[in-house]
Design a protein around this ligand. Sequence first.
Ligand SMILES: [Zn+2]
Length: 233
Amino acid sequence: MREGDGSLRVTSYDVQFQKGLSLREFIEDYGSEDACRDALIRARWPEGFVCPECGSTRHCRLARGLFQCQDCRKQTSPTAGTIFEGTKLPLTVWFQAMHLLTQGKHSVSALELKRQLGVHYETAWMMKQKLLQVMIEREERTTLSGRVEVDDAYMGGERHGGRRGRGAEGKTPFVVAVQTDVEHPEKVLFLKMKALESVSTKELEPWFRKFIEPGTLVLTDELCPSFSVSSFR
Ligand SMILES: [Zn+2]
């Protein structure tokens, strides 16, 4: 998880909030429908509009933020193909929800979203589901590299040293992988964790291969012998 990173992938591109954006700054930057639409357009077409139909960049702007391709005449909404497609809610409300969900240190309930945004509970719940889904998809694509320490942990208490056979009866094992700064190993950059059925190479190896980049210095104890203090290839 990238804590407080504040960016949120909306299907195929990121709307990036500045880290630690204050509420006042957020309102200044995203307080109007036009500002939110412009942020969406910048995120989606950082090099300028490209027609999704024919790839042309020649276009004109119509009302309501629509783009019209001057070659194939297709009209494209900036929200088409995103989680905002077909929404009746103003983009400002979506952006406020994104801000609340990504900037806080604690998780935000649908009820809290409803109160803060002044929308119906069902609307708040739907927004939260959609936004969490894109956050999960983003998390799924995040990989670790550089210097990574891996260890196991158990819900309800940590493993006690020296014990053969990891964990204790009835506790859920987790694998925790921490990417640190290479020069300053005490500085944690990113963290990933996963609940396991059991601590076994069979379960760990596919997870390592998926989330740890080749060439990474992986530091483990005997957790997964094939990865111990090695440059993982
Ligand atoms: Zn076109």
